[in-house]
Design a protein around this ligand. Structure first.
Ligand SMILES: Cc1ncc(COP(=O)(O)O)c(C=O)c1O
Length: 350
């Protein structure tokens, strides 16, 4: 059966050029990265830092690890951090901030990821003897759970002013920051110049098999390197992992994310063409959210899709469909047919 995998851009596999780069490695391209001696990792970290306009960067095993290391490096146990209520750090990172960082995590609401930072002033806690210290605010761009929304530069600027006023660090969960940059036609450094640290994923839209980058000041990354070791993320001849991202960080590869966005829009348009009881959210980037009403049993929808060869995740009363390097226009068109067919079958069975 033909399978179309819309679950995530994490299912992507490397491009032929990435394989070529990996196969070209020789022993002299490898060293012990815990000792800072792997030339391929060092090259990647320098290239990544430059791309996001930071002094230094660190290869981490995953986005979750990169985010957690940023929190550990920039806060103290007992501090409070502010995160948007549907952020990945709050919803999907196993509570690591609390368990491993000793942090109070305070959430705030948003309008599909957007918010007015100055309106968070009453959440700031510093002075009273009874209170913890608010020391960080986190941003997420694109915002996954709001459907891959690309948040604008103005939010970054305003958050930066708010953070300076309140002596907060800003960490950006930029798992998909390149999608935002491409969608808003801005260099990624325009976003990252407003934050103290940024994590971006190599293993999502950029199609590499493993890893993330955490970037920030040299001092911060020095601390981060130690926390990575503490978390068991110190890797040895990690040039094997770093080789493919060297290709992924080239500008033409980043620019191809626009194709994923085009395909997401095609998918959205195709799914709109129905009189079914669903709401399809217009995508900014590579994520299409299909909303169902409250009493719909979503596991059944996912199972039926799977029977039709369509892999997708449900997130609450929604099906999340993600476009990526592994899917072309033909896959999208085939996917639209199978999805609509399945939804019809589902609704007629209710
Ligand atoms: C916004 C966001 N942040 C962080 C992560 C975590 O990345 P990883 O799966 O590499 O831990 C994800 C993964 O889906 C994500 O969507």
């Amino acid at each position: 059966m033909r399978i179309i995998d819309f679950r995530s851009d994490t299912v992507t596999k490397p491009s032929p050029d990435m394989w070529k780069k990996l196969k070209s490695l020789e022993n002299s391209d490898l060293g012990d990265d815990v000792e800072g001696e792997d030339p391929t990792v060092n090259e990647l970290e320098q290239k990544a830092a430059k791309l996001v306009g930071k002094e230094a960067s660190l290869l981490t095993t995953s986005g979750t690890q990169g985010n957690l290391i940023a929190l550990l490096s920039e806060t103290k146990p007992g501090d409070e951090i502010l995160v948007e209520e549907r952020s990945h750090i709050y919803k999907w990172e196993v509570g690591g901030a609390a368990r491993l960082g000793g942090l109070m995590v305070r959430t705030f609401p948003s309008n599909r990821g957007s918010f007015i930072p100055s309106k968070l002033q009453t959440l700031i806690r510093h002075e009273d003897i009874h209170e913890p210290t608010t020391s960080m605010i986190c941003l997420e761009n694109t915002h996954n759970d709001h459907g891959g929304i690309a948040l604008p530069l103005s939010l970054f600027k305003d958050t930066n002013s708010f953070a300076i006023k309140n002596k907060l660090k800003i960490h950006l969960d930029g798992a998909r920051i390149f999608n935002a940059a491409v969608a808003l036609n801005q260099p990624v450094s325009e976003f990252t110049k407003y934050v103290d640290s940024v994590q971006f994923c190599l293993s999502k839209g950029l199609s590499c098999p493993i890893g993330s980058i955490l970037a920030g000041s040299s001092e911060m990354i020095k601390r981060a390197r130690k926390y990575r070791k503490m978390l068991g993320g110190g890797m040895r001849q990690a040039g094997i992992i770093a080789a493919m991202p060297l290709i992924a960080l080239e500008s033409n590869w980043i620019a191809r994310l626009a194709e994923d966005h085009k395909n997401a829009f095609r998918l959205y348009k195709g799914l709109l063409d129905s009189d079914l009881q669903i709401k399809v959210q217009k995508p900014d980037t590579n994520i299409v959210m299909v909303e169902f009403s409250e009493n719909v049993p979503m596991l059944k929808v996912v199972d039926l899709l799977s029977d039709a060869g369509i892999k997708a995740f449900d997130t609450g009363q929604r099906i999340r469909l993600v476009t990526h390097y592994g899917l072309n226009e033909d896959d999208i068109d085939y996917g639209i047919e199978r999805i609509l067919e399945t939804f019809k079958k589902f609704f007629s069975s209710l």
